[in-house]
Design a protein around this ligand. Structure first.
Ligand SMILES: [Zn+2]
Length: 573
């Protein structure tokens, strides 16, 4: 199975991907001590015994003993096939998965590649058309969009007429560029529109947004339909362009349309993005938070804007981890970011941002407007309304801040009854992560240390003689030593991956999950040397006893045993 994708690619992928991010986006983790913890997603439990090691890049559950690396997690948690998991991780890093010749999952790869090409050709053709169409250029100019910005976003123009597109018709239908009627006839989906290519995180055009030029045409905005390339609820317009233009992104503005993104960029606000005609979801928010911890949601000041804002808040809560900040900006009624910045300029826009509500402010203002907290009933109702939002927040410090705000707004100390109304049954009791008592033996410790720092093995031999001892677990230790000597410079995650499907795999993860009492990197070397010394001693004791027993029972020693006997008793081993 693994043979289809080159080994070195999988190694590279495991070295680049961060398992904490991979798991955290699915199962929120909390850092405690050296590791990250959560309640295990694979078995029911109330206190966390599922640990994720950032250093060793694997997960291990002390409860059900499930363990593995990032690939294994996706296979188990998202029920992916091996190749699918690799593809998914590679995509998150912007990498193409190479397949050994003759083994590529031929059809989709070829099909997708051809689709990307057709989209790229269409995009270039729209751009060329724009340059030849004064009416479209005038329209852009009137909207205050310069040639430079048009170029940045590869804005183009689809001319009127039903059959302007060229290329493989099936691909054009599959990508949604052509509409196929019931009678089999086909025609261009986008006609007489400004065209905004929607590009994925790697800059490939996967869809288009088309905006009318003639105000009488309908609909005003038309997007490509879902296709094998385009899943609109996964995509974020402007993300690629933003990352390309700005290296230090300190704030991301989330708007409702591509015209907003383009207009803001035109006025020097280059870090804005938009969803594509759908409400933003938690996956999109999560991926934006990974780019930048400071998000500002921008909304029109009308009823639709308020509704969208509240939905964004709901989608945001589970992602509010350490250092992440979400704010909500409501523009004056009748304005959107596009019209606002065109009318008032960047300075005025920045001032609006300064006055944007924090998530807590927005949450309280909205809920308080619905309840009369002057009455006992109203207070209970308020806490009851707050509960579903409050319980979703993973960050204790933010919860504490909200509790303080509750006290302040209600003018009343938080008591047990109020906490219960908020869904906090055992308020301050932190769930303790469960790590069973650890029994260290020199073998276990040596393996654990090698998994922490594989290069330790290089300072010592492969210790083949230990195979002759009867020390439990020593066979696994020798296997690991061999492995590292074969591949000096191997990383922990790759080392662990070498034991995939090995009989020792589960045991290995268990040992990797144990936490040795290490103070610093130097003590690691000493500790490892001690372990080997002690194993060596156990081995000598064992062989000495064996040979002595043999001699005492009157058996003759073989030549090699005689040699060994001599060495053993003169400290030559
Ligand atoms: Zn478990």
């Amino acid at each position: 199975m693994a043979g289809r994708i080159p080994r070195n690619f999988i190694d590279d992928l495991l070295n680049r991907v961060d398992i904490v991010e991979v798991i955290d986006s699915r199962v929120p983790l909390k850092k405690k001590g050296r590791e990250y913890w959560a309640c295990c997603p694979f078995h029911g439990e109330k206190s966390p015994s599922f640990s994720v090691s950032s250093g060793k890049q694997f997960y291990h559950c002390f409860g059900c003993q499930k363990s593995g690396n990032a690939v294994g997690f996706l296979m188990d948690y998202d029920h992916m096939e091996f190749v699918e998991a690799i593809e998914s991780l590679a995509q998150s890093l912007g990498l193409d998965v190479p397949y050994e010749q003759g083994s590529a999952p031929a059809k989709p790869a070829v099909g997708l590649e051809a689709m990307y090409q057709v989209m790229e050709q269409s995009s270039q053709s729209f751009e060329a058309q724009l340059k030849q169409t004064p009416a479209a250029i005038d329209y852009l100019k009137n909207r205050g969009i310069s040639g430079q910005t048009a170029k940045t976003f590869a804005i183009g123009y689809a001319p009127p007429g039903w059959n302007n597109l060229s290329g493989d018709e099936k691909l054009l239908v599959d990508t949604g560029m052509l509409v196929k009627k019931e009678d089999g006839k086909q025609y261009d989906r986008f006609r007489h529109r400004l065209m905004f290519p929607i590009r994925d995180r790697r800059g490939r055009t996967i869809a288009f947004g088309g905006r009318v030029i003639n105000p009488e045409d309908n609909p005003k905005y038309l997007n490509s339909p879902e296709s094998p390339l385009f899943h609109k609820s996964d995509e974020i317009y402007g993300l690629y362009e933003m990352k390309k233009a700005v290296t230090n992104i300190d704030r991301i503005y989330i708007t409702e349309g591509y015209m907003d993104v383009v207009a803001l960029a035109e006025h020097g606000v280059a870090t804005s993005v938009a969803t594509l005609g759908t409400a933003i979801n938690n996956r999109q928010i999560e991926s934006l938070f990974r780019v930048c911890k400071n998000l500002v949601f921008c909304f029109d000041g009308d009823a639709a804007g308020k509704k969208a804002a509240w939905r964004s808040l709901e989608q945001c809560l589970a992602s509010l981890k350490e250092g992440r900040l979400a704010r909500f900006l409501f523009l004056p009624e009748g304005q959107d970011p596009d019209s606002f910045i065109n009318e008032f300029g960047q300075e005025a826009f920045n001032q609006q941002v300064v006055s944007a509500s924090t998530l807590t402010e927005y949450l309280f203002e909205t809920l308080l407007a619905e309840c009369n907290i002057g009455t006992l009933e109203g207070r209970a109702q308020f806490l009851d309304r707050l509960r579903p939002y409050f319980t979703q927040i993973p960050l204790q410090s933010l919860k504490d801040q909200i509790l303080a705000e509750v006290e302040h707004r209600l003018g009343q100390k938080i008591d047990g009854r109020m906490l219960r109304l908020l869904g906090e049954d055992k308020p301050r009791q932190q769930a303790r992560s469960r790590q069973p008592e650890q029994h260290w033996t020199p073998t276990r410790l040596a393996i654990n240390l090698l998994l922490t720092k594989p290069s330790l093995a290089l300072a010592t031999g492969t210790h083949d003689e230990l195979a002759e001892s009867n020390i439990p677990g020593v066979d696994l230790l020798l296997k690991i030593l061999d492995r590292i000597h074969d591949e000096p410079g191997i990383t922990t995650q790759n080392l662990l991956d070498r034991f995939k499907d090995d009989d020792h795999e589960a045991h290995l993860y268990k040992l990797a999950a144990m936490e040795p009492p290490i103070e610093n990197d130097e003590s690691l070397d000493l500790m490892f040397a001690d372990c080997l010394q002690s194993l060596q001693k156990q081995y000598i004791d064992h062989r000495q006893k064996l040979l002595i027993t043999k001699l005492q029972s009157g058996e003759a020693l073989s030549e090699s045993e005689k040699l060994e006997h001599k060495k053993l008793f003169t400290n030559q081993i």
